[in-house]
Design a protein around this ligand. Structure first.
Ligand SMILES: [Zn+2]
Length: 154
């Protein structure tokens, strides 16, 4: 665990994000993996034990933490490849044929429909603005406390 202010700020951001948009309970993981046939929603590869619950639309771009915005993904797709790419474009890129693309797209859409579609997939703008303010406030406080203690160290 890197005891650096950036780490504390990242944890604070995730805690505050979960406050406005709760993370799905871990008990849902088996049902999610089963819906996606134990395969990554984008690439179709076998899910490893520690698969990721990817955001279709990233939290920073307005997506929520709700299940309607989450799919099972392998770590390379989630961490390295998709980044902030629009998910439909990323899915298309990961499919070798149109038939494969249509099948995976239908599976993702069925998952979303099962969890209410668009209703909870996005964080309302006013809520997001309040969240951004609090993140900035907490981040500045962590930086300032860190700087004060560094300066005061004997
Ligand atoms: Zn993948």
């Amino acid at each position: 665990m890197p005891l650096h202010p950036a780490w504390a700020k990242n944890v604070a951001r995730r805690v505050l994000a979960a406050t406005i948009s709760p993370e799905p309970d871990r008990k849902h993981r088996p049902a999610i993996a089963a819906h996606f046939d134990d395969r990554g929603a984008y690439c179709g590869g076998q899910l490893p034990l520690k698969w990721h619950l990817d955001h279709l639309v990233s939290f920073d771009l307005g997506g929520s933490n709700h299940l309607s915005n989450r799919v099972a993904a392998c770590p390379p797709c989630n961490e390295d490849e998709k980044r902030d790419m629009e998910w439909v474009a990323f899915l298309r890129q990961k499919c070798a044929s149109d038939a494969q693309y249509q099948e995976r797209l239908a599976r993702i859409q069925a998952w979303r429909a099962r969890h209410g579609g668009d209703a909870d997939a996005v964080v309302p703008e006013a809520t997001r603005r309040a969240y951004t303010r609090e993140v900035q406030f907490v981040s500045a406080a962590i930086d300032e406390a860190h700087a004060r203690l560094k300066a005061a160290r004997l």
